[in-house]
Design a binder for this molecule. Structure first.
Ligand code: 5AD
Ligand code: SF4
Length: 350
C-alpha cells in the first residue's frame, strides 16, 4: 500500500496514533484520493458527533485594530477602511435578536481594540449571558488579568487562532509578535477554563505543506476544542494583495485531515470558504465540519468588516443569514443542534 493508503487505514483504526508523516501523506491526497479522504472524515464526524450542526451567531462589533498583520484588511494603517465601533447597547440588541432566533452561542468578534476596556466588555458579556446563551470571545490578545475577568463575567469560549505553525512565517506575517507567545496564550486560556479555539489559514504565501501538518498537530497537542481553518484570501489593500488565494480543494483536504487528527473537535465551515466558492460551506460540512457561523452583525456595519474582499453575506441582514444557514443544514439532511454546543470532549456544566 502507498503512504496515503497506509495513513488512511491508520486513521480509520486509530486516529490518535497519526504521526507527522501520516498527516503529511494525508494532506498530499491527489484528485483520485480525495474522495476517500472526504468520505472517511464524514464518517468519523458522523460517528463521533452525529448529524447535528452547531450554529454560532457572530457579532463583528468593532473593526478598529492595533495589529498590523500583513494579510488582513483591518490592519492598522490600512487605508480605505471605514472604522466603526458598536455601542454596548447595540451589541446587546444584536445578541438579543440572535437569541430570539434560537441561536445558542454568541461570538463577539473585533480587531484588537483597547477601547473596549475590561469593564465595558465584562458588562456586555454578563448581560448577554442573561439571554441563556454561550458566549465566545474573539477579541485578540489580552492580559491574563483581563482574560480571567472575562471568564468571571461568564465567557465560555475564546478563539485565538495561531494562524500558522511556522514560527518564521508567523513572525513575518504578524510583526512584533511570536508563535511562542500565541501558543502560551492558548495554554493560558485552557488553564482559565475556557473552551479554546485555534486555527489558521490555508494557502498563505510562503506556507509549506509540512507546516500545515504542524498546524494540525499543534492543535492536537494543545487539545483545543475548536479548529477554525479557512483559505487565505488576498486583500488588495495589504502587502499580500498580489498573492494567490488558498484553494477550495486544499482547504477541504485540510479540514478532512483535521477531522481525522482531532475526531471530536468543533470544526466550522468558515465564511472564508463560502467566499471563495458558493458551494464551499456545504462541501465542508460533508467532509468533517460540524459548525457554521451565521453573521448576525447589523447590516449597516457588515461591509466595513473587510478582513478580506468579497466576503459573502455582507448584503444580508441577520435574519436572512440565519435562514440561509438553516436551509443549508436542511438541504444536507443534517439537523440544527439544540443545546449550547459545548465541546463533547469533556463534561461541561451547562
Ligand atoms: N484571508 C483569510 N482569512 C483571513 N483572516 C485575516 N485575514 C485574512 C485573509 N486575508 C482571518 C485570520 C484571523 C481572522 C480575523 O480572519 O485567520 O484570525
Ligand atoms: Fe487585527 Fe486580527 Fe486583522 Fe491581525 S488578523 S490585523 S489582529 S483584525
Amino acid at each position: 500500500m502507498d503512504l496515503f493508503g497506509e495513513a488512511l487505514a491508520k486513521a480509520e483504526s486509530d486516529c490518535r496514533g497519526l504521526s507527522f508523516e501520516d498527516v503529511t501523506a494525508l494532506l498530499g491526497a491527489g484528485e483520485v484520493e480525495r474522495p476517500r479522504l472526504y468520505a472517511l472524515a464524514d464518517r468519523v464526524r458522523s460517528r463521533r458527533l452525529g448529524e447535528e450542526v452547531h450554529l454560532r451567531g457572530i457579532i463583528e462589533f468593532s473593526n478598529y485594530c492595533t495589529g498590523t498583520c500583513l494579510y488582513c484588511g483591518l490592519r492598522s494603517g490600512g487605508e480605505r477602511v471605514h472604522r466603526y465601533r458598536m455601542e454596548p447597547a447595540e451589541i446587546l440588541e444584536a445578541a438579543g435578536e440572535a437569541a430570539g432566533m434560537g441561536l445558542k452561542t454568541i461570538v463577539l468578534q473585533s480587531g484588537e481594540d483597547p477601547f473596549y476596556t475590561v469593564k465595558i466588555l465584562s458588562g456586555v458579556i454578563s448581560a448577554i449571558k442573561k439571554l441563556d446563551v454561550a458566549v465566545t470571545l474573539s477579541v485578540g490578545v489580552r492580559t491574563p488579568e483581563e482574560l480571567r475577568a472575562f471568564r468571571e463575567a461568564g465567557a465560555d469560549r475564546y478563539l485565538l487562532k495561531h494562524e500558522t505553525a511556522d514560527p518564521a512565517l508567523f513572525a513575518r506575517l504578524r510583526p512584533g509578535t511570536t508563535l511562542a507567545d500565541r501558543v502560551g496564550s492558548l495554554r493560558l486560556l485552557k488553564r482559565l477554563g475556557y473552551q479554546a479555539g485555534s486555527g489558521g489559514m490555508v494557502g498563505l504565501p510562503g506556507q509549506t505543506a509540512p507546516s500545515v501538518a504542524r498546524d494540525l498537530l499543534l492543535m492536537r497537542d494543545l487539545d483545543v476544542e475548536m479548529a477554525g481553518l479557512g483559505p487565505f484570501i488576498p486583500h488588495p489593500g495589504t502587502p499580500l494583495g498580489g498573492s494567490p488565494a488558498g484553494s477550495l480543494e486544499m482547504t477541504l483536504t485540510v479540514l478532512a485531515v483535521a477531522r481525522l487528527v482531532m475526531p471530536e473537535v468543533h470544526l466550522p465551515a468558515t465564511t472564508a470558504l463560502g467566499t471563495i466558492d458558493p458551494r464551499g460551506r456545504g462541501l465542508a460540512l460533508r467532509c468533517g465540519a460540524n459548525v457554521i457561523m451565521p453573521n448576525v452583525t447589523p447590516r449597516r456595519y457588515r461591509s466595513h468588516y473587510s478582513i478580506y474582499p468579497g466576503k459573502t453575506g455582507v448584503d444580508r441582514d441577520p435574519y436572512a443569514s440565519v435562514r440561509e444557514m438553516r436551509l443549508l443544514i436542511e438541504s444536507l439532511g443534517r439537523r440544527e443542534a439544540a443545546g449550547y454546543g459545548h465541546s463533547p470532549k469533556k463534561a461541561y456544566s451547562e
